[in-house]
Ligand binder design. Structure first.
Ligand SMILES: [Zn+2]
Length: 623
């Protein structure tokens, strides 16, 4: 069983290392410091002489204090914040090394390590190129319009010196500017300093003729660096980003950086965001600012990535920092690092006054509905989803909906339930905000990462009660979440039946297969576990050619199922691979009403107070 055995193994290894370390300290308290070699001076130069070839040119200059016969250079295989082995080393080409104008021999000793035979040379350089033709927040792109890269996907570190400082010199194509969160070296053009490789790798770089929008919060400079065109109003963009920053800074009452950079890529086909130490990279569709719905999506994205500044970049789960860049770094707490960040990413635009409370509650109802319609919620816990991010969330397939959950989705709902539970237990004196502030001051400020047990204890301390049942059922376990038990604290209830103002919705015919029209072909993309389609033989990737003997499109298929009654039998004819098959399926029944969250009839005083302090604008409840 994966959840227990690896943990026990790691605990044993950890204990052994601890005991050995103690023994070492007792025997020879000074040897370790004496033996630690002084780090080499490290300087990177990144050039782009032919942007259209997508090749970034890297020169790594090393000045070692001690001679050695060889040095290993390691390329990270992943980048923090995106929990998938991406094998950045596969884009490296044209590697060479030299000292005093003479080339040095080298060999690869594994997929991401280059061993250079320095033969005692203390001043030497490695030169290589990296193919950069994938725009996402996690990868590199260089073309005739711009360059964007993650240093983890570009720059190698000398093995054993991950803590060494370095400088980064960027040589842009003529006319382009450089933006990064790294501090500049004064007096040297486009030169930046990183105190160690964790900081270097946490500072993406944009090089282009970008637009810049600036603002200040509490006297600290912030800039939005925009590459690409879009239908946004620059003044509104500045106003809303500033408002989100102010609202989140008010929650923590602290700004842990000297300056902050939002790197925003606007394209017709991009999305996503990645958090960094004092910057973030965002991709957003360039035409989405035409609608309020598009702006809301932008608020959420900014609020989520900016909240990471505290939650994950500073309030860190056990395994997430310092990082091992050569393999998976396992944690059971991504539901906190990502899910609770998502909870605040959705809530903060409301507290900032950018969306209404009704809009926020409608979002929550949709989230709950989507989660309740995921069969995998009964198969995988929030901790299991976190641990297996590397092989599950980032590698979805047609069975994912039946066997797994997203720690973003369940984590957001757990954030909601925890917040309301703490407010209820403390009669609105405390909230999840206090838990986040506590973790920030007691863990980050004391240089500690938190474990799953630390997080539970922090919640219990703030709630003033044991939350063991909550964590064992909903975090480590897979029990159904008690939404109404939580929402009642704020005088709210979840309506799943369409009753109330509307008539109670009648039960409708239900098949339980998701379809997609791909050109002429109507394909089944997912079959939900336990649904009539699943139990009676239909498969994902079946191509539907007829319903009851007649040709159908997605539209006509849906319309004809809607006309059926629960218990009716349909004939579905499909191509499965190369063969034609017909299945008889007896339709099931479900209530097809959208979930809604509504106020209870006569909320009490405390329910009203909790509602107000939870969903009121931030000015109403500043500490
Ligand atoms: Zn995130």
């Amino acid at each position: 069983m994966f959840p227990k055995d690896p943990q026990m193994y790691r605990a044993l290894i950890g204990l052994k290392i601890f005991l050995l370390a103690c023994l070492f300290c007792l025997v020879s308290p000074h040897t370790a410091a004496q033996q630690r070699p002084e780090p080499p001076q490290i300087s990177f130069t990144v050039a782009m002489s032919k942007p259209w070839t997508h090749l970034l040119e890297v020169e790594l200059d090393l000045r070692q204090h001690e001679a050695s016969s060889s040095v290993d250079l390691d390329m990270p295989v992943w980048t923090p914040g995106s929990y998938l082995i991406r094998e950045f080393e596969r884009q490296v080409q044209d590697f060479s090394a030299e000292a005093d104008g003479r080339s040095l021999a080298w060999t690869k000793i594994n997929k991401n390590t280059w061993r250079v035979k320095t033969n005692g040379a203390q001043v030497w350089k490695a030169i290589y190129r990296v193919y950069a033709n994938e725009l996402s927040v996690r990868t590199n792109e260089l073309n005739s319009d711009h360059a964007f890269w993650n240093n983890a996907a570009l720059l190698m570190y000398p093995d054993g010196f991950i803590n060494a400082p370095s400088t980064l010199v960027v040589k842009p194509t003529i006319g382009w500017k450089v933006a990064t969160g790294l501090p500049p070296v004064s007096g040297r053009q486009n030169t930046f300093r990183a105190e160690n490789f964790d900081i270097l790798y946490d500072s993406p770089v944009e090089v282009s003729n970008f637009k810049e929008i600036d603002f200040q919060v509490r006297g600290v400079p912030h800039r939005i660096v925009i590459d690409g065109e879009g239908n946004y109003d620059p003044e509104r963009l500045r106003r809303v980003v500033q408002k989100i920053v102010e609202t989140e800074v008010a929650l923590f009452d602290d700004i842990p950086y000297h300056d902050y950079t939002f790197i925003l890529h606007l394209r017709s086909n991009t999305g996503g965001g990645l958090e960094h130490l004092n910057s973030t990279a965002l991709g957003f569709r360039r035409d989405r600012f035409a609608t309020e719905e598009g702006w809301r999506s932008f608020y959420r994205q900014v609020a989520h990535e900016f909240f990471h500044l505290w939650n994950v970049k500073r309030i860190r789960p056990d395994a997430l920092g310092p990082f091992d860049y050569t393999k998976e770094n396992y944690t059971r707490s991504l539901w906190i690092a990502e899910g609770i960040t998502e909870y605040y990413g959705q809530l903060m635009p409301r507290r900032a006054g950018l969306i209404s409370d009704t809009t926020y509650l409608d979002h929550l109802a949709k989230q709950i509905e989507a989660f309740q319609k995921t069969p995998g919620r009964l198969e995988m816990s929030a901790e299991e989803a976190s641990f297996d991010a590397w092989i599950k969330l980032y590698r979805p397939d047609e069975n994912s909906v039946n066997s797994s959950i997203s720690y973003y989705d369940k984590g957001e709902l757990l954030g909601l339930l925890l917040d309301l539970e703490i407010r209820r237990r403390t009669h609105n004196a405390k909230s999840l905000d206090d838990v986040m502030r506590y973790l920030y001051t007691e863990f980050f400020k004391h240089g500690r990462n938190y474990t799953p047990a630390d997080f539970q204890k922090a919640c219990e301390l703030i709630a003033g009660a044991s939350l063991e049942q909550f964590f064992s059922r909903y975090v480590r376990g897979r029990e159904e979440l008690d939404y109404n038990g939580a929402l009642d604290a704020a005088g709210l209830e979840l309506n799943t039946s369409g009753s109330g103002e509307m008539m109670v919705q009648p039960a409708r015919a239900f098949l339980g297969a998701d379809l997609q029209q791909a050109g002429e072909r109507l394909m089944i993309t997912h079959v939900l576990a336990g649904a009539p389609a699943y139990e009676q033989g239909l498969n994902a990737n079946d191509q539907i050619v007829a319903l009851d003997g007649a040709r159908v499109t997605k539209e006509s298929f849906d319309a004809r199922i809607a006309e059926k009654k629960p218990g009716d039998i349909i004939q579905v004819t499909v191509f499965r691979a190369d063969d034609l098959r017909t299945f008889e399926v007896k339709l099931g029944s479900h209530i097809d009403a959208p979930y809604r969250i509504q106020r209870v009839a006569n909320p009490g005083q405390e329910q009203k107070q909790i509602y107000e302090s939870w969903l009121g604008e931030i000015q109403n409840h500043l500490r």
